[in-house]
Design a protein around this ligand. Structure first.
Ligand SMILES: O=P(O)(O)OC[C@H]1O[C@H](OP(=O)(O)OP(=O)(O)O)[C@H](O)[C@@H]1O
Ligand SMILES: [Mg+2]
Length: 182
């Protein structure tokens, strides 16, 4: 375990098993269709890579880079900025948004509204993590890997100040790392 991590919440093995399970559900959902799978950079990268390799139907991949947490901030600014838009037209497509976490819900609320405005045929969300205690916007995922408690989690794509994205598990930081109290 990395020295800055207080506790592992979800192990590498648990994540792998969940990706297989979610991949099977997505295969059923999109059988015979050609969905547009949109990964939300940067956090969703490891999950997108692992879950989509478990999907047994054709799909197209594209990426959006949006951000609402700056630097060391652990609360959403509420303002979602597009840093990189899609290369693909959304109109008429079955869009599957792939996320690492829904916390306040601001990011996904913004993206779902954007893709509906761009006339997607359908918009669904698969997220590895759901933190319901953080929610301020009204949004739910169609598929959820794991529910996490009211703590700032890192690893497997999720960062604190751009670090820890490459950890293979989901963990909680030691409070001294972000200057918090025990
Ligand atoms: O539900 P919310 O409160 O909107 O939080 C969830 C979003 O915040 C994080 O991304 P961030 O904006 O930090 O960008 P990153 O993925 O590049 O770290 C995370 O990866 C989600 O996309
Ligand atoms: Mg982040």
């Amino acid at each position: 375990m990395h020295n800055d991590i207080k506790e592992i919440l979800i192990t590498e093995e648990e994540i792998a098993a969940k990706c297989k399970e979610l991949g099977e559900q997505l295969t059923k959902e999109y059988e015979g269709r050609f969905p547009l799978a949109i990964g939300v950079l940067k956090g969703a990268l490891p999950f997108m890579s692992d879950v989509l390799r478990q999907v047994q139907t054709h799909l197209e991949m594209d990426f959006m880079d949006v951000s609402s947490y700056g630097g060391t901030s652990m609360v959403s600014s509420g303002e979602v900025k597009i840093l990189k838009d899609l290369n693909t037209k959304v109109e008429g497509r079955d869009v599957l948004i792939i996320e690492d976490i829904i916390d306040s819900g601001n990011t996904l609320r913004y993206l779902v509204d954007l893709f509906k405005y761009r006339k997607a045929n359908s918009v669904k969300i698969v997220t590895l993590l759901d933190k319901p205690s953080g929610r301020t916007a009204e949004i739910e995922a169609d598929l959820v890997g794991f529910e996490v408690p009211d703590a700032f989690v890192v690893g497997y794509g999720l960062d604190y100040d751009e670090k820890y994205r490459n950890l293979p598990y989901i963990g909680v930081l030691k409070p001294e790392i972000y200057g918090g109290e025990e």
